[in-house]
Design a protein around this ligand. Structure first.
Ligand SMILES: *Cc1c(COP(=O)(O)O)cnc(C)c1O
Length: 331
């Protein structure tokens, strides 16, 4: 890919990770790489526990949240009843269900792509919901999540918080009161570490023990030493992390207003992407035009969202380039 291509199609963070991350990576002695990494990523788990104010036995770490989700699906979704997730959501959920032979059912969304929590009450083999949801960026409220947990006390509810850093309220603390809740997070988006593959989960000690057992029987490759050191360094610089997340949210709001000014509809995304459509624009044609001009955005052919594009929030300069191109296209 050319150097000048602006990549707004994978929800990567446009900013570098915290400065301490580079120092931590440089600080790893090549000599120390002779040794295997910590088998349970003890230091990283402890850093995550400290950061979130949880007990270390309530934290799990894996190679990206995709791996954590795979373990969680294996560990907790083993009923003959279907696992429920929204009709429009992260595309890996049905993929993991098919890989593991887990029955599943997609629950229709309400008006404006809202998740209808009433559709997830009981009689299921588990629930998985991305909060904010993908690719709509919409969040559930705290009360709705608590209702979901109470209505499903007999099954495990996974809340996938891949995008929680950009506006929503994390449910990690709820794991202390709800034994059926597993919250997953990633270092790929908010912490600018997609290239290192670090994911985490928070839940009751019993859920975490079960996750560990599945990990050790299925794919016991721990997080490598370099990634673990970088992850700890990232967690230690909260100010930098929060500053970048606020910056991205501010750029998102500015880009949303500009797009709305051009006649686009945009969901009230609280993630690091916008989800937009325009009554007079074919999404595939606009995507192709942007690509010809060096800007990549994402289109989904799934029914119901064919008219939409998902645009990751880049730097101010990158978004200006995107907005100028769209303005030109509309003329
Ligand atoms: C990006 C993403 C993930 C996976 O993140 P990794 O940690 O990079 O594997 C999980 N869930 C959702 C909804 C995502 O968008």
């Amino acid at each position: 890919m050319g150097r000048d291509v602006i990549k707004l199609n994978a929800n990567e963070n446009p900013y570098p990770p915290a400065p301490g991350v580079e120092a931590a990576i440089r600080g790893v002695q090549a000599e120390a790489l002779r040794k295997y990494p910590q088998i349970d990523s003890t230091d990283l788990r402890q850093a995550l526990a400290d950061y979130h104010g949880l007990a270390s036995g309530s934290v799990f770490a894996g190679n990206g949240s995709d791996e954590v989700l795979a373990f969680a699906f294996r560990a907790f979704f083993n009923s003959s009843l279907p696992v429920l997730f929204p009709e429009i959501t992260y595309s890996f959920y049905p993929v993991w269900c098919r890989v593991f032979g887990i029955p599943y059912r997609r629950v229709p969304l309400a008006e404006g792509f809202r998740i209808d929590v009433a559709g997830y009450a009981g009689g299921n083999g588990g629930v998985v919901i991305a909060n904010p949801n993908a690719p709509t960026g919409l969040c559930l409220e705290r009360g709705q999540i608590e209702g979901l947990l109470r209505a499903n006390s007999g099954s495990v509810v996974i809340i996938d918080e891949a995008y929680i850093d950009f506006g929503g309220l994390s449910s990690a603390g709820l794991t202390e009161r709800h034994e059926n809740l597993l919250v997953t997070q990633t270092f790929s988006k908010g912490r600018s570490l997609a290239g290192l593959r670090i994911g985490a989960a928070f839940g009751s000690p019993e859920l975490i023990r079960t996750l560990d057992a599945v990990k050790n029987s299925f794919n016991s490759y721990p997080i490598d030493s370099v990634a673990a050191a970088a992850g700890v360094a990232s967690l230690s610089d909260e100010a930098y992390f929060k500053k970048r997340a606020r910056q991205i949210a501010a750029t998102r709001e500015r880009a949303r207003e500009a797009l709305e000014g051009m006649g686009f509809y945009a969901t009230k995304s609280e993630a690091n992407f916008l989800f937009v459509s325009h009554p007079g624009v074919d999404a595939v044609a606009l995507q192709a035009y942007l690509k010809e001009n060096g800007v990549l955005v994402r289109h989904f052919s799934q029914r119901g969202i064919e008219r939409f594009l998902r645009i990751s929030v880049g730097t101010e300069v990158q978004m200006d380039r995107l907005l100028a191109l769209i303005e030109k296209y509309l003329q």
